[in-house]
Design a protein around this ligand. Structure first.
Ligand SMILES: C[S@@+](CC[C@H](N)C(=O)[O-])C[C@H]1O[C@@H](n2cnc3c(N)ncnc32)[C@H](O)[C@@H]1O
Length: 281
């Protein structure tokens, strides 16, 4: 199976793509923005498997006290193991971003990356970020706009498959009772201002991939398998019907791409929006 890559045809989110944005540039942005000083307490909300902590740890930012919380105990356990394996000392707990188990103003800075897109009540979460951060402390939130994915294909059937994918994934989300705000990225600074975090900057981090030459048989099989998995996981007949129509459109795309051979081009792009703020008086 090919390594997972940015692919709006198989996932409506940036699933499995952390390494695409937790790179040197992004880590430098986080460190420069948080401006950690010895003794600072820094909170990572939705810390997942400890990706941020490992990357920040590699920068040898000394004598800071890192805390990570995540809703899922399994992720917390992996993060604990991974950071310990990197000789880093981070305190982890399970907690909901919307009800953080910390006193007011106890952190010097707070950040979250790719978490609010999964949270039902984003406003409560941002209110909590403001509450637990000390006055003057930095807050960073980084989220995508999953409603604004870009796909160019030199094959006409590529555009049609992209539209079919968007219809199918929207139906999957609707059948689940509606997705949380998957387009939250550009709205973060406005939310900050509403809850007492003075917005300081918005920065964009593109996540892109381009393919030249028709994808291999294996790649098409990987795409098909991911879609079939999403179809099988959906209990709604109407969604499954859409999914099968989408698979037909994908097959057409594969044939057209194959005929184009080396002249085939597919470009995908999406944006991560990083809002930087400072807890107001
Ligand atoms: C895409 S991962 C991002 C992990 C990490 N921030 C990173 O950049 O690698 C999203 C994480 O948010 C967590 N999450 C989702 N909803 C949450 C909530 N309400 N409170 C805390 N964590 C949450 C998930 O369990 C998952 O670990």
């Amino acid at each position: 199976m090919p390594a997972p890559t940015l692919d709006a045809l198989t996932s409506p989110t940036l699933k499995y793509l952390r390494e695409r944005w937790w790179n040197d540039e992004f880590t430098t942005f986080v460190v420069d923005t948080l401006r950690p000083r010895p003794g600072n307490r820094i909170l990572d909300v939705g810390s997942g498997e400890g990706e941020a902590e490992i990357h920040l740890g590699r920068r040898h930012v000394s004598q800071i006290r890192m805390f990570g919380v995540d809703l899922m105990i399994e992720r917390v356990l992996v993060a604990r193991r991974e950071t310990a394996a990197h000789n880093q000392h981070v305190r982890y707990a399970t907690a909901d971003a919307c009800a953080l188990p910390f006193r007011d103003g106890v952190f010097d800075s707070t950040f979250c990356v790719a978490v609010l897109q999964h949270v039902g009540d984003v406003e409560s979460a941002v209110r909590e970020f403001a509450r637990v951060t000390a006055t003057g402390g930095r807050v960073i939130a980084v989220e995508p706009d999953n409603s604004a994915r870009y796909l160019y294909s030199s094959a006409r059937a590529g555009g049609q498959a992209f539209e079919a994918a968007a219809r199918f994934f929207a139906a999957v989300a609707a059948a689940r009772g509606g997705a949380p705000d998957s387009a939250v990225g550009p709205r973060l600074a406005t939310l900050f201002a509403r809850y007492g975090i003075e917005p300081l900057a918005v920065r964009l981090f593109p996540v892109s991939v381009s393919r030249l030459g028709a994808p291999s048989e294996e790649e098409w099989r990987g795409r098909r398998a991911a879609i079939e998995q999403a179809i099988d996981a959906s209990p709604a007949d109407a969604v499954r019907t859409l999914g099968r129509a989408y698979l037909d459109s994908l097959d057409e795309y594969a044939s057209e791409a194959g005929r184009a051979g080396q002249g085939f081009v597919e470009i995908q792009n999406t944006m991560l929006f990083a809002a930087v703020g400072q807890k107001s008086e």
